[in-house]
Design a protein around this ligand. Sequence first.
Ligand code: SF4
Length: 77
Amino acid sequence: MIQIAYKREKCIGCNYCIELAPDRWRMNKKDGRSVLLGSRNKKGFYTVEVNDVEYEANKISAQVCPMKIIRINRLNK
Ligand code: SF4
């Protein structure tokens, strides 16, 4: 398993994460910020635990995100 963590308030809506990992990210047209699908919100910090198969696409998203607000953590499960 991996954990994806996302600090949503700093998203500038560039769309990179959505293009690279469309199964996990969606644009919210109302506020122009990306949504981390399936995540829980804890004080503006969104997290979701997903299968390893999503690692590569989301790791690249984290690397290209201009705001550096996506983190990918490997979980020992
Ligand atoms: S790549 Fe980063 S700044 Fe761009 S839409 Fe995704 S989370 Fe927002």
